[in-house]
Design a protein around this ligand. Structure first.
Ligand code: HEM
Length: 460
């Protein structure tokens, strides 16, 4: 007999999001508090089970990953990503993962540090004291340029092409539109026409990069060269279409999440002057005005803690979802094939069983081995198991390099009355961007140990 976990009354859903609430992040948190480690709800034909305990999440992602495939939302995005690393499954995925892995080895990632800081410095050269900018847009642009240069060795002129094609697409294709089921994609609405045009433009740019690299036959030692040179057991190479899928996947997966992590970090720092002052003190004393290098990261523990804490409160990937292949049992409940499982960083990272005063921004909780006591899946911004983010080390280094470079020159202040609202789309984006005032050389007064850090209220 199927025994169902407790849960709220049926809701209408889009993807895994309940529409009825209008405020899905708070609704999910409330349900987790009310119903505990596992809850269930049904919306028309969709059965959704939320797993809200580290052991339950581990049992899906690590102990038995073969019984779960990426959920429908990800499957719906195949029209755009094709069979890239994020969306593919089975042996094909494994082959591509092994192939891409060398581009993310420690030494290789370390070699990207100089590019990251020099692109951040280039961006700062255009920043004026007192100017207001959308920091989310700035971070998106920066991380895109970094990923294009590091993984595909594309010179700046072509990077500008990729960037403008992608920006045009993003303007018209919010996360949600990238995920629409097949029928909606062919509707002749003005925005869908724009989206399709944007995809075509981006594809032309990407095919151009592939063609040029094939033609000059140079081994640039980057991800693109690795993908182009690899041969199947039968001696065949990857087709242009396969290459396109991987390049687009890395372009998107490799910049948006890091940009979001950086954006929320600046937002939180602006609200927490003591933390900002400590960050500046550490960076100034360790780097003494020089550009950060890979070897500096271990000497910047507070900077790392700030980034970790920011990804706890605003995890760029706010949930992971899987579809069940065959019926299985968990905590005495039988979960049927076809059901959707959701494991949410937003919920777990705010769980008071693992995080004292979970709504507060307290980077110190990560210092002095503070995270060693946590169960593996109490904090999992990069997922886990075989499908764990391939770019985790890349992203962590990039975030540290960019924060250290910017903080040496600017302080970023919130623009009063600008609404900063996280929306749980594909990623946890700020709905209206994050407008901030750029203050050159601005330093917050030194931290006072008596000052309480103010609580971060997610503006949802
Ligand atoms: C703060 C930044 C980042 C966050 C929070 C993040 C988060 C994640 C998460 C949670 C997953 C697992 C998805 C799942 O299990 O369903 C994932 C997968 C992936 N990420 Fe990231 N990511 C970040 C940066 C990057 C970067 C910099 C790259 C590449 C340069 C990248 C490339 C990928 C790829 C290709 C996958 C699919 C891996 C596979 O299935 O084998 N990510 N990411």
């Amino acid at each position: 007999m199927i025994r169902r976990p407790p849960g709220p009354k049926p809701r209408f859903l889009i993807g895994n999001l309940p529409l009825a609430g209008g405020d899905p992040l708070s609704v999910f948190l409330k349900w987790a508090q009310e119903f505990g480690d596992i809850f269930y709800y049904r919306a028309v034909w969709l059965r959704v089970y939320f797993l809200n305990h580290p052991d339950l999440i581990e049992s899906v992602l690590v102990r038995n990953p073969a019984n779960f495939q990426k959920d429908r939302v990800i499957r719906n995005s195949r029209w755009f990503f094709g069979e890239g690393l994020l969306t593919s499954e089975g042996d094909f995925w494994l082959r591509q993962r092994r192939l891409s892995q060398p581009a993310f080895h420690r030494e290789r990632v370390a070699s990207y540090a100089a590019i990251m800081t020099s692109y951040a410095e280039e961006m700062l050269a255009n920043w004026q004291d007192g100017e207001v900018r959308d920091i989310h847009a700035e971070m998106m642009n920066l991380t895109l340029r970094i990923v294009v240069r590091t993984l595909f060795n594309v010179e700046s002129e072509q990077t500008a092409h990729v960037s403008s094609a992608l920006n045009a697409l993003m303007r018209n294709a919010s996360g949600a539109r990238m995920l629409i089921p097949p029928i909606g994609r062919y509707l002749p609405t003005p925005s869908m026409i724009e989206v399709r045009r944007g995809v075509r433009h981006l594809e032309e740019t990407v095919y151009g990069i592939i063609e040029r690299r094939r033609a000059d036959q140079r081994d640039a030692g980057d991800l693109l060269s690795m993908l182009i040179q690899v041969r199947d057991e039968d001696g065949s190479r990857m087709s242009d279409k396969q290459l396109r899928d991987e390049v687009l996947t890395f372009l998107l997966a490799g910049h948006e999440t890091t940009a979001i992590a950086l954006s929320w970090t600046w937002h939180l720092l602006a609200q927490h002057p003591e933390a900002e002052a400590k960050l500046h003190t550490e960076i100034d004393s360790v780097l003494a005005g020089g550009a950060p290098a890979f070897s500096d990261i271990q000497r910047l523990p507070y900077t790392e803690a700030v980034i970790k804490e920011s990804m706890r409160l605003y995890p760029p990937a706010w949930s992971l979802a899987r579809t069940v292949r065959s019926d299985f049992e968990i905590r005495g409940y039988r979960i049927p094939a076809g059901a959707n499982l959701v494991m949410s960083q937003w919920i777990m990272h705010r769980d008071p069983r693992y995080f004292d005063q979970p709504e507060k921004f307290v980077p110190e909780r990560w210092l002095n081995g503070g995270s060693a006591k946590l169960p593996r899946f109490a904090y999992f911004p990069f997922g886990g198991g075989p499908r764990q983010c391939i770019g985790a080390a890349f992203a962590q280094m990039e975030a540290a390099m960019v924060v250290a470079t910017i903080a040496q020159q600017f302080g970023l202040r919130a623009v009063p009355d600008h609404p900063v609202i996280p929306i749980p789309s594909f990623t946890l984006r700020p709905k209206h961007g994050i407008k901030m005032i750029l203050c050159k050389g601005d330093r917050m007064p030194a931290a006072s140990s008596e000052t309480e850090l103010t609580a971060v209220r997610p503006a949802i």
